[in-house]
Design a protein around this ligand. Structure first.
Ligand SMILES: Nc1nc2c(ncn2[C@@H]2O[C@H](COP(=O)(O)OP(=O)(O)OP(=O)(O)O)[C@@H](O)[C@H]2O)c(=O)[nH]1
Ligand SMILES: [Mg+2]
Length: 317
């Protein structure tokens, strides 16, 4: 039996994981990387939580408070922070952003930043691979992305649970959700609850908006999107928060989780093929038997490899 790539990375600790992620960033198609991702895909253990929201809303602060609370419960945590810095105009918003730091000596916490640079499609593809790898190792994998346009739907393409952070007093997010543009989050969080009445009012507005939107889309039935208010650094809020995450995970495990992940994997496969071979390549594969379908027991990584091989044969013959 060939040596397990996954075991090798696990045995190598955080250093080996960082190296593996760097290899994924460099080339997602190297045979060794495919083997690793394929194995990781079949050994998913973690709950993937996507945290999104406007710049400066307090996503990183929330994650920084969440990490010790999860560690206190004995849970391991991996964090991927998608750094959008180059995508923003001006530096005003960046002035006081928080950098999440983990204890380098704690093997149960791993934090990694990935730069968005100018490749949005590519980044989504790489994030999905990174998430697949990290969820084989950690109980919780948290992905932070700034909610600007595309990235909200991107986060839904990798996360089990999507959390939207909303700033107290911000009409924007409400308008936005009412318009039905945004994917409906699984959990909504009003941050900076220490601002008091404003946060409470915003949570109330948000609840009303979610009820309306949910009814309009028929989304509300099985899972009622909870709206929490949190102030960073308040432990009791973190416990309530983790409890809500658990509830959503349990809700998924009682039904939709496998389906949700399978959809995500299939979508990843299609967009990766499109990126590699363009529309025409995609059409060609679509015309093959089971072309763009992903079997229940298949990883999208192995499938991509197989189809790429088939496609090059087709093209050259
Ligand atoms: N008063 C108060 N300020 C907060 C709270 N959470 C975050 N902040 C402040 O808001 C600013 C931005 O916080 P971040 O955690 O960096 O926000 P972010 O959403 O990660 O920001 P980006 O990653 O830049 O999009 C910082 O100055 C924080 O100190 C909170 O609960 N209360
Ligand atoms: Mg941040």
């Amino acid at each position: 039996m060939p040596e397990s790539q996954l075991t090798r990375v696990r045995d190598g600790g955080k250093r080996a994981l960082a190296d593996a992620l760097a290899r994924i960033e460099a080339s997602s198609l190297a045979p060794e990387t495919i083997d690793l991702l394929d194995e990781a895909y079949h050994n998913a253990k973690g709950h993937v939580i996507g945290i999104t929201g406007p710049p400066g809303v307090g996503k990183s602060t929330l994650i920084a408070a969440l990490i010790p609370a999860l560690r206190a419960q004995g849970q391991t945590v991996g964090v991927i922070a998608i750094d959008p810095s180059s995508q923003r105009s001006g530096g005003a918003l960046l002035g006081d952003r928080i950098r999440i730091e983990g204890d380098p000596a704690d093997p149960g916490v791993f934090i990694r930043s990935m730069a968005a640079r100018d490749r949005l499609g590519g980044l989504a593809a790489i994030t999905a691979s990174a998430v697949t790898l990290m969820r084989a190792f950690y109980d919780r994998v948290i992905v932070e992305t700034v909610g600007v346009g595309q990235s909200e739907t991107d986060i839904a393409s990798v996360a089990d649970s999507v959390l939207l952070c909303v700033q107290p007093g911000s009409g924007d997010s409400l308008q936005y959700m009412k318009a039905g543009i945004a994917e409906i989050p699984d959990i909504a969080v009003v941050t900076k609850a220490d601002l008091g009445a404003l946060a409470i009012q915003t949570a109330r507005d948000l609840r009303a908006a979610l009820t309306t939107t949910g009814k309009a889309t028929g989304h509300a039935a099985a899972w009622q999107v909870p709206v929490l208010t949190v102030a960073s650094g308040r432990d009791e809020a973190m416990i309530e928060f983790i409890d809500m995450l658990d509830q959503h995970r349990d809700h998924l495990q009682s039904g939709q989780l496998a389906e949700r992940r399978h959809h995500q994997a299939e979508a990843w496969l299609v967009s990766s093929l499109k990126e590699a071979y363009g529309r025409e390549g995609l059409t060609l594969i679509g015309s093959m038997k089971d072309g763009l379908r992903l079997g229940d027991d298949q990883s999208p990584f192995r499938r991509l490899e197989t189809l790429s091989r088939r496609l090059s044969v087709q093209i050259s013959s």
